[in-house]
Design a protein around this ligand. Structure first.
Ligand code: HEC
Ligand code: HEC
Ligand code: HEC
Ligand code: HEC
Ligand code: HEC
Ligand code: HEC
Ligand code: HEC
Ligand code: HEC
Ligand code: HEC
Ligand code: HEC
Ligand code: HEC
Ligand code: HEC
Length: 415
């Protein structure tokens, strides 16, 4: 065995000393071949098709990352997995490839539950910022970072292109892709995300853009609730109030519900038009103090009229026409039921709304004589004789007198 090896060694020595130039050539070819195979391997293992072997599902959620990516705006623009899942530059790329070794290790040496456990972490903003770093997003989406990172980092060889990211040079790339610089320009949506001030506060893209690629729609927007959840937690409050709509929404018009909102049913129903009101008021005047932002959530009753709440916080005769101006809100008003009074020392009294409203407007009695709630004022006969309550009319002049006891106090008929 040892003898045979020695023989081969001797033959190689002889060949090298006889053909020094050819040897160098062969070595160069071997190196090139090795590099070629390695690069091909890197390319092959970077392709979404390769990732799909272990991330194969065709739904939304963990394991479906390739499927969801295919439907994203990024895929349409040729931005692939390792363009986001890795730092920019040569080292970043190699680190991402090393991370791939963990994937292989996890696939074959750990349980499927372990894999799902890891993948489910993806929707946690902090974890997501490690696998899709903000630095990488900024490399494409801003000029300042692109230039800074290009200066500081060893960018991959211009001869071999490993991924789109490393060829990105702003502002050229941005302009060609028709992208705004997110740090210096407004976004196209009707929202002001204050990209710069949030990033200065240490936020990551994934704090707001979870799902930008893997949430399963073609274009995935940030959700308003995401903003609220974080702003709500802040103490002391420096972020805008949730009800300060215009702190984030650039134009009010697009938000105003066009549809008329109806309270109640039938003839007595009340119509509320956003359009007339939003011409005078900001959303936050009504939301969320007076009304939640959901149709049908508010229950307005008779007793609310005249109080400093719901519609009547304005419709009080000062800020807007008074609540006593019933007809401006109610086209018609259903006649309320009779009111029965049981009295200890006298026969009961029945007050008929039906009878009285045939002759009088509601406002003849409400709210001057009676507030908009039964039982608010204690009625006595003495007060009536002085012209209060029923006595305001039952004074012998306008209607029979308050001393005409049995016209009001009527013994129930015994069966
Ligand atoms: C051999 C199977 C396999 C292939 C191929 C594969 N993955 Fe994975 N991937 C896994 C497993 C298993 C995990 C769970 C990782 C762990 O166990 O730490 C994972 C996790 C991930 C994660 C989440 C890592 C984390 O820490 O949350 C990302 C991102 C990812 N893979 C991207 C890719 C991309 C991009 C490709 C293609 C370039 C790819 N994977 C190819 C098996 C694979
Ligand atoms: C534009 C950037 C971008 C591209 C391109 C991209 N991803 Fe992601 N990826 C993210 C972000 C951001 C997250 C964080 C979780 C989320 O948004 O749902 C993520 C999360 C993941 C996860 C963690 C598990 C999960 O579902 O949340 C895996 C695995 C993954 N991506 C694989 C891939 C693969 C495979 C590709 C290519 C087919 C790809 N990604 C392309 C940005 C990207
Ligand atoms: C290689 C460059 C590149 C990288 C890296 C990249 N993007 Fe993009 N991004 C683009 C391009 C190109 C578009 C335009 C797609 C189109 O035509 O609408 C885009 C579009 C977007 C959009 C708007 C369209 C949509 O899908 O909602 C958002 C938001 C976005 N990127 C966020 C991110 C985030 C967050 C990251 C990091 C996780 C990221 N991008 C990483 C190039 C990149
Ligand atoms: C405070 C939340 C927040 C953070 C953090 C954030 N964004 Fe955005 N971003 C938004 C909102 C809101 C929009 C507009 C609505 C939408 O497209 O979802 C937007 C829009 C975009 C767009 C579309 C730009 C256009 O002109 O329409 C891109 C690209 C984008 N963001 C990239 C990023 C990148 C990259 C990061 C991280 C460096 C980031 N964003 C961080 C909230 C945020
Ligand atoms: C993870 C936390 C977090 C999330 C998510 C978040 N914000 Fe903020 N926001 C902050 C912090 C912190 C400040 C205070 C910044 C300061 O102190 O100036 C702030 C302040 C703001 C301001 C006022 C600051 C200024 O520069 O005028 C606006 C507007 C704003 N956020 C919009 C948004 C929008 C829109 C979203 C959702 C797309 C959002 N934020 C999501 C943390 C968050
Ligand atoms: C902290 C920022 C912020 C504030 C404050 C805010 N919004 Fe939003 N709003 C958003 C974001 C982000 C979206 C999603 C953007 C997109 O879809 O492009 C959104 C979306 C909406 C939508 C579209 C439907 C939906 O739910 O996605 C309506 C309607 C809306 N907002 C109304 C309001 C009103 C009314 C107010 C004031 C009471 C308000 N918003 C306050 C950030 C905010
Ligand atoms: C600013 C508008 C407005 C004015 C003015 C107004 N109301 Fe109302 N009223 C409402 C609304 C809104 C409701 C709730 C309707 C519903 O849900 O059925 C309501 C409810 C009622 C109800 C209860 C209906 C029920 O089914 O429970 C009565 C009774 C009523 N109003 C009587 C009056 C009378 C009498 C006046 C004049 C003194 C008046 N309203 C003036 C807006 C108004
Ligand atoms: C004068 C008061 C007032 C103002 C100002 C106002 N709203 Fe409303 N809004 C209401 C009332 C009342 C409702 C219905 C509440 C109920 O039925 O409980 C409502 C309901 C809504 C709803 C739910 C609609 C539905 O179909 O479920 C939205 C969305 C809304 N408002 C948005 C806005 C926006 C955006 C603004 C500012 C541009 C605004 N509102 C300003 C009084 C107001
Ligand atoms: C923030 C104050 C405010 C609140 C709350 C408010 N209104 Fe008004 N409303 C006004 C003002 C101001 C006007 C116009 C001035 C006037 O006519 O006195 C008006 C006008 C109206 C009109 C006549 C114009 C039109 O749109 O047809 C109706 C009807 C009306 N309001 C109904 C309601 C009802 C019903 C509610 C409760 C669901 C309500 N308003 C809540 C301030 C308010
Ligand atoms: C002639 C006087 C008079 C007129 C006109 C009148 N009411 Fe009344 N209303 C009363 C009296 C009296 C009460 C009971 C007050 C008490 O006991 O405190 C009452 C109580 C009510 C109640 C409360 C009922 C309950 O069970 O809590 C409603 C609702 C009501 N009126 C609505 C109306 C409406 C709507 C109109 C016009 C269509 C109207 N009223 C016209 C005298 C009148
Ligand atoms: C705004 C004036 C006015 C007020 C206030 C008023 N009434 Fe009358 N009422 C009348 C008139 C007018 C008649 C019919 C003329 C007559 O019979 O003298 C009448 C008739 C009646 C009748 C006889 C018809 C029937 O319904 O059987 C009764 C009983 C009655 N009222 C009870 C009351 C009681 C009880 C009150 C107080 C809770 C009251 N009224 C308050 C004006 C009023
Ligand atoms: C116009 C209708 C009307 C007439 C007429 C009338 N009452 Fe009354 N009476 C009432 C009403 C309404 C109440 C209050 C019921 C309640 O609030 O529980 C009342 C209450 C009473 C009470 C109990 C409260 C108190 O003041 O002590 C007595 C007792 C009473 N009446 C006796 C009489 C006698 C006696 C007469 C005739 C001299 C008379 N009433 C005439 C409507 C009338």
């Amino acid at each position: 065995m040892g003898q045979r090896l020695k023989n081969i060694e001797q033959k190689v020595r002889n060949f090298v000393s006889k053909n020094p130039k050819l040897t160098i050539l062969i070595i160069l070819v071997l190196i090139a071949l090795y590099a070629f195979i390695s690069i091909e391997a890197l390319h092959f293992t970077s392709d979404p098709g390769f990732c799909q072997k272990c991330h194969p599902e065709q739904k939304i959620g963990p394991l479906s990352e390739v499927h969801t990516w295919k439907k994203s705006a990024h895929a349409a623009a040729g931005v692939k997995c390792l363009d986001c899942h890795g730092d920019p530059g040569f080292i970043g790329y190699m680190k991402a490839k090393m991370g791939g070794l963990y994937d292989v290790y996890g696939e074959f040496l750990k349980s499927p539950e372990h894999k799902m456990g890891i993948l489910k972490l993806g929707i946690e903003p902090k974890h997501a910022s490690k696998i899709a770093p903000s630095k990488t997003c900024l490399f494409c989406h801003s000029d300042e970072y692109n230039q800074k990172i290009r200066e500081e980092t060893l960018i991959m060889s211009p001869i071999v292109s490993f991924r789109k990211l490393d060829g990105v040079k702003n502002p050229d790339f941005r302009k060609e892709a028709k992208l705004n610089d997110i740090l210096t320009e407004a976004v196209k949506a009707d929202i002001e995300p204050k990209h710069k001030s949030h990033l200065d506060k240490g936020l990551d893209c994934t704090d707001c853009h979870i799902g930008v690629v893997h949430a399963g729609q073609y274009k995935n927007k940030t959700k308003m609730q995401t903003c609220f959840d974080c702003h709500d937690k802040m103490k002391p409050k420096k972020a805008p109030d949730n009800n300060d709509c215009m702190a984030c929404h650039k134009t009010q018009d697009s938000l105003i519900p066009k549809e008329i909102i109806t309270f109640g049913k039938g003839d007595s129903a009340v119509k509320f038009a956003h359009e007339t009101h939003t011409a005078m008021f900001k959303c936050k005047i009504c939301h969320a103090k007076a009304f939640p932002m959901k149709k049908g959530a508010t229950n307005i009753i008779f007793a609310d009229h005249g109080k400093n709440k719901v519609c009547f916080s304005c419709h009080n005769g000062k800020k807007a026409f008074s609540y006593t101006d019933c007809k401006s809100c109610h086209a018609k008003i259903a006649t309320p039921k009779d009111i029965n009074y049981k009295i200890t020392d006298a026969a009961p009294v029945n007050f008929s709304h039906e009878f009285h409203t045939a002759a009088f407007e509601c406002t003849k009695c409400h709210p001057n004589i009676w507030p908009m709630k039964k039982g608010t004022k204690k009625m006595t006969m003495d007060a009536m004789y002085e012209g209060k309550f029923c006595g305001a009319c039952h004074n012998e002049k306008d209607a029979f007198a308050s001393t005409d006891c049995d016209k009001c106090h009527i013994e129930p008929k015994k069966k």
